[in-house]
Design a protein around this ligand. Structure first.
Ligand code: G16
Length: 544
């Protein structure tokens, strides 16, 4: 591998220096910012992936180009480890080191230094696979990534346009192909076939009640869901799906007034198409890894949102029921992983009603995924709809070995096995999560009204606050408290005390140039008022 080739390739993909000597950081979901800053970063991420693949004996590393819920002008680069989970956190530091090298020469030197420090054999083979969402800027970023692979003699496969979870799926498939733990056929078609077959097994003898309208945020989820639907036979399961907001030919309307982030933060349905009261609706985000359901009560016209907390409680209670029916309770441990954004009522419901343990981690699926692995069945969802259910190898083997003693036990075991295949085990996947929700509602014979009645959310508000310098805000206690700027947390605490059953916290976003403030309280007006007061405190401490 030649130093000169790396320098020459890097010269085609300059890095843009940030003002005031600021450094790029690997955020909640990789490097994410205005797309025109990302070309050099994508090249450098390619170098990092070439090192990581070699360090892991040539296993393929995935790179996803997406800015998910962010506006169309943004983009992002995110690295996926061989089993489809997020890049190991220790390596985020090396990624940051490479990305912040001031010159092409310094970059090449750092690349070789890292190889030495990490004992990477540069003569061995390496592989990177990549995918991108529908943002036009993705094309240039893929080219930069590909050039880094060529310069480091790393094999590169471009899977072109994919949802983020599809790229995670493919990464795991590539690395397990031909082994006993093969995750599936290494192709997009393989993904559709696997999901559809698991869906039909999970829905055996069950029928969906009523049609489902899916808002795809005008992102990659639209064409990919339409593709999956070609493999699905509605006559077998009764699932009639209407796909809306699936226009990917106008990049500027991506995530605009639609999608899961819109519904969650505005706490209302997208204006177009206007939801019909009583109908079952859901929204995906721009790269189809988040899911939010919603429903308008035809009697009261009240809007109900079923966010990540609701999906987690639905899944945990259903799986716990299946365990009891299958005679597995006591044998396997189910746990729920949430973040500080989880509604207090959902945490109480899981702990007190479902009698299951809850773990709280910082924001970012990388943290939740890790914590969920500690359980036999780890249900993890962020309130924003990003999450999945992880089945450990032990759990899957237990389902396989268990001899059913009755038809009911057999059905429960068959459903558990099907769910383990239906639910994407690599990362939150809105399409697979949506089918999981449909399976559960069909098995329970529930409409959305029944789901809404499981517990009552505490009124809450999420506010985005633009500040002079978001990096001033540092957190502790799984982001529930600020350690810096000094004095800010005390002011928030004093403020929270004035409201009933209230809670509030602030943190810097890892995907946007802003802080986020969350507040919940006994009434709508108290939650709104508290959120605004805390937002004001944050603004005051946030620098000019
Ligand atoms: C990403 C992460 C999520 C996180 C969200 C917001 O989602 O994958 O885990 O909750 O960003 O993060 P932050 O509050 O730090 O901006 P997505 O859907 O944008 O990839």
């Amino acid at each position: 591998m030649e130093r000169d080739s790396i320098i020459a390739a890097s010269q085609k993909h300059d890095i843009v220096a940030l003002p005031d000597g600021k450094l790029y950081t690997y955020g909640t979901a990789g490097f994410r910012m205005a797309a025109d800053l990302l070309e050099g970063i994508a090249f450098r991420v390619g170098l990092l992936s070439a090192l990581r693949s070699r360090k892991l004996s040539g296993q393929a590393i995935g790179v996803m180009i997406t800015a998910s819920h962010n506006p169309a002008k943004d983009n992002g680069v995110k690295i996926v480890d061989p089993m489809g989970d997020m890049l190991e956190q220790e390596w985020e530091v090396y990624a940051t080191q490479l990305v912040n090298c001031p010159t092409h020469e310094a970059l090449a030197d750092t690349f070789f230094q890292l190889a030495e420090q990490l004992k990477v054999d540069l003569k061995s083979g390496a592989k990177v696979i990549a995918g991108r969402d529908t943002r036009p800027s993705g094309i240039t970023l893929i080219q930069a990534l590909s050039d880094a692979c060529t310069a480091t003699k790393t094999s590169f496969v471009d899977y072109k346009i994919l949802t983020t979870p599809q790229l995670h799926y493919l990464t795991r498939c590539v690395n397990t192909e031909g082994t006993p733990s093969s995750y599936g056929e290494v192709s997009e078609v393989g993904y559709y076939k696997k999901i559809n077959s698991a869906w039909e097994r999970a829905m055996k003898n069950k029928k969906v009640n009523g049609s489902l309208t899916v808002d795809c945020a005008n992102g990659v989820g639209g064409p990919k869901l339409n593709e999956l639907l070609k493999y699905m036979d509605p006559s077998k399961t009764g699932l009639e799906t209407k796909v809306v907001n699936d226009d990917v030919l106008k990049p500027e309307i991506l995530n605009l007034d639609c999608g899961a982030d819109f519904v969650k933060t505005r706490q209302r349905a997208p204006p177009n198409p206007k939801p019909v009261p009583g109908g079952r609706w859901c929204s995906l985000d721009g790269d189809a890894d988040r899911l939010i359901y919603y429903w308008i009560d035809p009697e009261t016209t009240q809007f109900f949102m079923f966010d990540g907390d609701r999906i987690a409680t639905l899944a945990a209670s259903f799986i716990a029921d299946l365990f009891r029916t299958a005679g597995l309770d006591g044998e396997l441990r189910i746990g729920v992983v949430q973040t500080a954004y989880a509604n207090g009522a959902s945490t109480k419901y899981v702990e007190q009603h479902l009698q299951l343990p809850v773990v709280c981690t910082p924001t970012g699926v990388k943290h939740l995924h890790h914590a969920a692995c500690a359980f036999d069945i780890g249900v993890y969802f962020e309130a924003n709809g990003h999450g999945t259910v992880l089945f450990s190898t032990d759990a899957v083997q237990t389902f396989e070995k268990k001899q059913p003693q009755s038809p009911a036990q057999k059905e429960a075991l068959d459903t558990l096995r099907a769910l383990a295949d239906l639910i994407n085990q690599t990362v939150g996947d809105a399409i697979s999560d949506m089918l999981m929700v449909e399976v559960i509602l069909a098995h329970k014979g529930w409409g959305l009204r029944d789901w809404a009645m499981t517990y009552q959310d505490l009124p809450n508000r999420l506010v985005r606050v633009e500040v002079g310098n978001k990096d001033l805000f540092q957190t502790t206690d799984a982001e529930r408290k600020l350690s810096h700027p000094l004095g800010c947390q005390d002011e928030i605490d004093q403020c929270v005390k004035k409201y009933t059953n209230a809670r509030s916290f602030a943190r810097a976003s890892g995907t946007e140039n802003a802080c986020r403030v969350y507040a919940e309280a006994a009434t709508r007006s108290e939650a709104d008022d508290l959120a605004n007061k805390v937002a004001h405190i944050v603004k005051t401490y946030g620098g000019a």
